[in-house]
Write a protein that binds this ligand. Structure first.
Ligand SMILES: [Zn+2]
Length: 75
């Protein structure tokens, strides 16, 4: 009996922990250059290789707050 309760709690932890973990790792990359208007899911994206300035890692919602849209090389 105790073991099945433990397993239930474990599943609950994995499930709830898993969703918040996804929220945390939802980071994107932006080029800090003046004319950049995109964000990127991967740091070695083709769009970012044109970046003359430095690359910054931010959350996706932060990037959208800066007025960035998703890079055309990704979907
Ligand atoms: Zn990109």
């Amino acid at each position: 009996m105790k073991k099945s309760l433990f397993i239930k709690i474990l599943f609950l932890l994995i499930f709830t922990g898993g969703t918040s973990f996804n929220g945390l790792v939802n980071n994107v990359y932006i080029c800090k250059g003046k004319y950049s208007e995109k964000y990127h899911y991967i740091s070695n994206c083709r769009g970012l290789s044109n970046c003359k300035s430095s690359i910054k890692e931010v959350t996706q919602s932060e990037a959208e707050n800066y007025g960035r849209t998703l890079c055309g090389w990704e979907d």
